[in-house]
Design a binder for this molecule. Structure first.
Ligand code: BES
Ligand code: MN
Ligand code: ZN
Length: 498
């Protein structure tokens, strides 16, 4: 999709979009268009239910005499309640409608409205990036798609008095969306396409943007003593990979911020095998790794002034004659031993080595892992908020603020000694499950905590967020790319100073 910002209305748009505030209050550009059309917009609103409530839309067929074929009225709600997220939500709803009505070139007239809560990012840029985010499709395997089922929108002209400022802000947001799309592509791909080495090859493509990429295979990880990670991968014919990415956009010598991703390219559960129903969903068990790779793409794309490290543990969890068994004891890179009670609690096993490797190698100022770690977090929080655990209140507050700002919210859950005691094992230093079925997500988090030392750390359990089961304003049904915008915002707000 081609996006342009202009001060004047284009003459060749087939669709004009104007905003309406609550109680059918026309924005200045809507009022001007209404005058040109002899009061037609006011009349159209008067005969129906459209009141300008936020995210509601009304299509009006344009009369002869103007070039556009239709006018779309978009509800903005109360001006006083309209913030950045609200503007993006409107953009997302609009995207879906424009594609549904068959618009090819839409001109959106964005006014500078008084009395809103919109921040410093020009709303015109927010609308454009929201439309891009919602317009994502993964249809490469649909060879029989009819033309009428394909999205139509090819060109977008955002008409705004602040065209230059909006274009500059969009230049930034556009790079972040590139990162989100990379994540969505990786997560959408099935496991016969994205297996550990294929994921590593995809990460390697970031070197074109200046990211240093290093891949460790089974042999090197064996030398490092990563027995927990390799134990999970040993049942698969695919080799496991540790993907290490570095973006050095900050000052030389400045400690990095580290991001660690769970990359289980397919999770059958291993010998503790999962039921068949729904098992196909476990192709997205690498969404944490996908988000870390997309984040590095976003940071490099926008040339973030930060030193960032991304480490992804990529494995396939399979049952086979060579698979690890329940009861096996493995030794992690940290030297701590783990009794594998349930081979389906594999995410914490691979992350234990990835977290240890990351904090001992890079001494990061903060370390954040993303993982589709537990079904229990979906029971606790559903699919609207990600679970957050942290040993550092300041980092937790920064993450919560970043998530709130971009609409990828987090909810903090506790760590604690009493939970930690529940993962002690009779035969080894710890076991990979907690007590019965209680506090399953916390059991995963306290397990990970044993591998982070004193590093300020946060664990984001994104099992409920990685895949959207329905459309959301900025996320069409499917892989969400959750985490990329959140962590990009965390970096921008906290780690790029000076
Ligand atoms: N990958 C799953 C968690 C998951 C569930 C992700 C649903 C996305 C959607 C994870 O590896 C797993 O199997 N966790 C087990 C842990 C249990 C065996 C302690 C779970 O949640 O049941
Ligand atoms: Mn599992
Ligand atoms: Zn898993």
């Amino acid at each position: 999709m081609n996006v342009a910002f202009a001060e004047a209305q284009p003459s060749d748009a087939d669709t004009l979009v104007v905003g309406v505030l609550e109680d059918r209050t026309l924005t200045p550009s809507a009022a001007e268009l209404d005058r040109t059309l002899g009061g037609m917009l006011t009349r159209a609103m008067g005969s129906g239910r459209f009141t300008g409530a936020r995210d509601k839309l009304l299509d009006v067929v344009a009369p002869s005499g103007i070039a556009a074929a239709r006018v779309v009225l978009v509800g903005l709600g109360k001006a006083a309640a309209l913030d950045d997220l609200g503007v993006q939500s409107v953009g997302g709803a609009l995207c879906a409608r424009l594609n549904a009505v068959g618009a090819r070139h839409a001109a959106i007239l964005v006014d500078e409205l008084a009395g809103t809560k919109v921040g410093s990012t020009p709303p015109a840029a927010l609308v454009a990036s929201a439309i891009r985010l919602r317009g994502y499709r993964f249809d490469k395997y649909q060879t029989k798609q009819k033309p009428e089922d394909k999205p139509t929108l090819e060109r977008l002209t955002i008409v705004t008095k602040a065209a230059a400022a909006a274009a500059a802000a969009y230049g930034y947001l556009d790079k972040v969306v590139d990162g989100v799309f990379f994540t969505r592509d990786l997560v959408s791909e099935p496991a016969n396409v994205i297996f550990p080495q294929a994921l590593a090859e995809q990460a390697r493509t970031l070197s074109a943007l200046g990211v240093e990429v290093e891949i460790l295979g089974d042999a090197r990880m064996g030398e490092l003593g990563m027995g927990a990670l390799l134990g999970v991968g040993q049942g698969s014919v695919r080799e496991s990979q540790l993907i290490v990415m570095r973006w050095n956009g900050g000052k030389t010598g400045d400690k990095p911020v580290a991001f660690v991703g769970k990359g289980v390219c397919f999770d059958t559960g291993g010998i503790s095998i999962k039921p068949a129903a729904g098992m196909e969903e476990m192709k997205y068990d690498m969404a944490g790794a996908g988000a870390v790779i997309g984040l590095l793409k976003a940071l490099a794309g926008r040339k973030a002034k930060v030193n960032a490290v991304g480490v992804c543990a990529a494995v396939e969890n399979m049952p086979s004659g060579n698979a690890q068994r329940p009861g096996d004891v493995v030794t992690s890179m940290s030297g701590q031993t783990i009794e594998v009670i349930n081979t389906d609690a594999e995410g914490r096993l691979i992350l234990s080595d990835a977290l240890w490797y990351t904090h001992t190698n890079f001494k990061p100022k903060a370390m954040i892992d993303l993982a589709t770690l537990t079904g229990a977090v979906v029971v606790a929080l559903g699919t609207y908020k990600g679970g957050m655990f942290s040993n550092n209140d300041d980092l937790a507050a920064k993450l919560a603020a970043a998530g709130g700002a971009v609409g990828e919210p987090l909810w903090r859950l506790p760590l604690g000694d009493e939970y930690d005691r529940d993962i002690n094992s009779d035969i080894a230093d710890m076991k990979n499950v907690g007590k019965n079925r209680e506090a399953g997500s916390i059991a995963g988090a306290v397990f990970l905590q044993r591998f982070v030392g004193d590093t300020p750390w946060a664990h984001l359990d994104i099992a409920g967020m990685a895949w959207a089961k329905k459309d959301f304003p900025l996320v069409p049904k499917g892989a969400s790319g959750y985490g990329v915008r959140l962590l990009d915002r965390l970096v921008r707000d906290n780690y790029e100073g000076s």
